[in-house]
Design a protein around this ligand. Structure first.
Ligand SMILES: NC(=O)c1ccc[n+]([C@@H]2O[C@H](COP(=O)([O-])OP(=O)(O)OC[C@H]3O[C@@H](n4cnc5c(N)ncnc54)[C@H](OP(=O)(O)O)[C@@H]3O)[C@@H](O)[C@H]2O)c1
Length: 357
């Protein structure tokens, strides 16, 4: 791999003749558990041509969907050999002769999905990338396109919420859950979260309230809580479910008349079950949401630019932070991938592969 100082010392005219970058990537050639099928391999990259961009990846998170994709349990099916990973923040190293909107040194994130991002370097097309201000932190930029955007769309696209309205969600400490609390705080919406009980529940509640949650209750506490009966907060018109099973049923019971429950994940691997009474007498509705579909359908839509502008604005002003996380070197991917889908314990934090050094 060319050293950074060597890369910077090359004049643009010399790029085509002298540049040879070796990428270290986590690749797989068959589906299976990440620790079994991912291999750290080196590939020499060719120079970016035309509308291509050579990017040094700085950080790339491990999301549940990335693991499910490697396992072959996700609707996104990569072509083998595939580089794992979907999100990243990177730095532009150099651009092809027809690239006008991106330049060396800029930070970029993916506009396209499934690019293969668990790598030190990659060549992408310019229209697959979005420039992002360096005022946005690396962890925030690396994790923006999936979870904060999912939270943003689910809050905007199902129910017209006004300040003082309420949303309720399970998995309220997930990365999406943390994004929901922060957007709700920014928009004056009450955010009620349900989490699994654990020894560190007091610290977890405090952390989520600091992010903007109005109230955090355990699965047992929500069953007996009078939070909505006393009128302390309005009954929710919108609910988010990333767990399924009884947890989803419990969340839907608290919806107001004509409320909507949006399912975006199934962490318990149990189907969503519906209580018959609220379905009939309150006319509640059940919907699903998938960010990948929305991003493809709205690739160049003004709503997408507006969304990024608003989220980056909050991040630059310190009003929106990355989920609780740990940065891990690319070489430690096996431990991080196993910990990221630990079904027996509590998740606690997101793992972000750190290639910035
Ligand atoms: N549809 C979409 O477009 C979309 C977008 C983003 C994310 N997602 C999905 O949303 C889910 C969360 O993603 P994320 O990145 O926010 O996850 P994350 O930060 O890794 O958090 C995982 C969450 O799931 C909870 N959880 C794990 N196993 C559970 C179980 N058996 N029962 C109940 N809760 C359990 C964890 O709670 P504990 O702390 O109690 O373990 C934690 O709140 C995933 O299923 C992901 O694929 C979907």
């Amino acid at each position: 791999m060319l050293r950074r100082s060597r890369i910077q010392s090359l004049s643009p005219a010399l790029w085509s003749r002298h540049m040879s970058v070796v990428a270290k990537s986590l690749k797989y050639t068959e589906h299976g558990e990440p620790q079994d099928v991912l291999k750290l391999v080196e590939d020499e990259l060719s120079d970016p041509k035309g509308k291509q961009v050579l990017v040094k990846i700085l950080a790339a998170p491990i999301n549940p969907a990335d693991i499910n994709t490697i396992q072959g349990k996700y609707p996104v099916k990569p072509k083998f050999p595939a580089v794992a990973g979907n999100e990243f923040v990177g730095e532009v190293i150099c651009v092809g002769e027809n690239v006008k909107d991106l330049k060396e040194g800029q930070h970029v994130i993916p506009l396209a999905t499934g690019l293969g991002t668990w790598t030190t370097h990659a060549v992408y097309n310019a229209d697959q990338l979005l420039a992002v201000s360096k005022k946005v932190g690396l962890a925030e930029a690396a994790t923006v396109t999936v979870n904060p955007c999912t939270a943003y769309r689910m809050l905007k696209d199902f129910v017209h919420l006004c300040p003082g309205d309420t949303v309720i969600q399970n998995g309220a400490n997930s990365a999406v859950g943390q994004a929901v609390h922060q957007l709700c705080r920014a928009w004056g919406i009450n955010s009620i979260g349900i989490v699994r009980d654990r020894p560190e529940i007091a610290e977890l509640k405090e952390m989520l309230k600091c992010l903007g949650a109005t109230e955090i209750l355990t699965e047992a506490e929500i069953r007996t809580s009078d939070i909505f009966k006393t009128g302390k907060v309005k009954k929710p018109r919108l609910a988010f479910n990333c767990v399924g099973g009884k947890s989803a049923t419990e969340v839907s019971r608290h919806l107001d008349h004509k409320g909507i429950l949006v399912t975006y994940g199934g962490m318990s691997r149990e189907p969503v079950t519906v209580a018959t009474g609220p379905l009939i007498f309150k006319d509640i509705a059940f919907r699903g949401f998938w960010m990948t579909r929305w991003s493809k359908e709205n690739y160049n839509a003004p709503e997408r630019s507006e969304m990024f502008k608003e989220i980056f604005g909050l991040m630059e002003n310190g009003k929106f932070v990355a989920p609780a996380h740990e940065m891990v070197p690319l070489e430690k991917f096996k431990d991080a991938a196993a910990a990221a889908l630990n079904f027996k314990g509590f998740t606690g934090k997101k793992f972000i592969l750190d290639m910035s050094k």
